[in-house]
Design a protein around this ligand. Sequence first.
Ligand code: FAD
Length: 287
Amino acid sequence: MKLREIYKQENSPVISFEFFPPKDDADGKKQAALLTEIEILKKYNPALVSLTHGAGGSSAHNSSAIIQEIKTKYNVNVMPHFTCICSSIQDVNERLELFKKLEIENILALRGDIPPEITECFQDFRYANELISYIKNKSDLSVAVAGYPDGHIESPDLKTDIENLKRKVDEGAEVIYTQLFFENEKFYNFKERVRKAGITIPIAAGIMPVVSAKQTQKILTGIKVKIPKSLLEKTEKFSDNPEDIKKAGIEFATEQYRDLIKQNTEGIHFYTLNKSDAVSQILDNTL
Ligand code: FAD
């Protein structure tokens, strides 16, 4: 089912889960573990699961195997991420061919960031809007894009960022998936400004439960998102007790989720970090 149909259905919010293909997985154990987590989360009826993609194609091989497994084993709609920053036109064409073979209907089109291990980086596409324009001419894929309630790190301000978001929508994007955020007010403010800019497509809110202080700090490096004081105080207070940090993170995300639902948010996109338990607890807490 295509994005526009998924988001047209009555049962909002549309729930989606994001995973990443494991690296260094010669014996396939990490992939098997990931599939188990996906199987657990399937009971919450996600409209789709998304699968990240390293710029330059570093995870391309793993992702196509996983896409196939998820589709055939669990019959879940898969939306692969499609980065372009280090891709040549030929790379993009090859991926489009692959997705045709895998019967993919939806992708999340991104510029991506140059990974440190990449030494040769093509520049056929500078921004995500250029990739969308190309893909729309070459295929009938439905396209989602990224949005940034806290602003994108390279943008001078939110106004410029939303102008650039509009370029992606004008090229045919159908849904916006936001970067993770911790302060719902920032999301509501972003949504209001996006609507004022004339963008009417659904916006799915990105939620990431904090389950480890160290891992969260790593994820927040190089993006504009900050942990709010109330949550930071708890993670510092429980610094020598990982289970208590996780409990506080799940409670915080549960409140975020409840409030987003109350405000009729069209979609909730969970950054699962390849683990099902925190997300399961949030969804169980709100049944
Ligand atoms: P763009 O929309 O191209 O924007 C990049 C910057 O350039 C912004 O500051 C924007 O304001 C500016 N800009 C955009 N268009 C123009 C223009 N035409 N002229 C001038 N300035 C412009 N990264 C990965 O590598 N793999 C992933 O799988 C992945 N998944 C993600 C999923 C989500 C939901 C989100 C929110 C992010 C994800 N990212 C991923 C991170 C993303 O690739 C980075 O944030 C990247 O820096 C920007 O990608 P973008 O598609 O938003 O870029």
